[in-house]
Design a protein around this ligand. Sequence first.
Ligand code: DP6
Length: 356
Amino acid sequence: MQDEFVFDSLYSIGSGLVQWRSPSNIALIKYWGKKPIQIPSNPSLSFCLSNCFTSTKVSFMKNDKTGINYQFFFDGKKKPKFESKLDHFFEKISKYCPYILEMKMVIESSNSFPHSSGIASSASAFSALSLCIMEIENLLNPKLEKSFFFRKASFLSRLGSGSACRSIIKKFSVWGKTDLISNSSDLFASSFNLKVHNSFNDLCDTILIVDKSEKEFSSTKGHELMNSHIFGEIRVSQAKSNLSLIIEAFDSGNYKLFIEVVETEALTLHAMMMTSNPYFILMKSNTLKIIKSVWEFRKKHNSRLCFTLDAGANVHLIYPKSEFDSVQRFILEVLVGYCENGKFINDKIGIGPFKL
Ligand code: DP6
């Protein structure tokens, strides 16, 4: 148990309403593999987005009985299929936030992006919910320090979904203890505190929706398979060395190195899936067509466009803002043909979550 995060002030619960909005994030160095409880096998690095976010409202009041008591609505409708994940989450956080056992909560959530777009929403969902819980904690103890507020929000989010802990931080975020970054931790994400060359401060991320159906294989299962993976140890050391290379690229503004690391990470993530036991493939043929087209475009136009992938078929195009117009033309002329119903979402590096 992490004592720092156990709430032990005296309190009395009234009723109220809290509301937060939190973004999704995209990893450049991937988290893939974990130990109990939600401790990552390797450090990961991501940036949070601006346009893909979850807004969550929690209304609460005192409950007569002790126990977890909530109702959950997504887009105004009950979503029983999310409840087992929520039950687990509340169970896990109740030792750190015992006050939730003494209240009834009504949780209303919605995403800025379409639910069936194949975009993972657990990062934005759990981070928005954890920020709401921390807002309640702040009402019970108004003396909370701002830095503790966000650190604990990230800590709680991690217990909901690992990558969610990185959504609490604006711009670039690191999760997972590493000697390379002094403020890093396995328990929560921290702001990337080393130099970031100006050329990376305005990154764009266009998400090409290749397949909007739900994943056939959950990330959680994929992480589990890394424990017995024949390349498991090698993957962990590769992630560590890729982190050190991206730190070098950030420091010097070396875009070539940045692209190499980002694309290696994306392809390794999927290579790990293809070499797990059991193995599986989440890329679709259009994912590969996009990747090849990106490589051709980059060579032909001496561009800084590159790609990354999540645990799914969709492709994230990563590029500096200065190339926005040319990349948009490329998408409309070529890539849109590989997207399901021609769908893509333009996003960019963001300023992190905020209170509504
Ligand atoms: C491929 O955070 O979804 O997106 O901790 O089991 O909820 P759980 O997994 P999750 O894993 C996401 C992995 C990834 C890479 C990344 O975001 O770093």
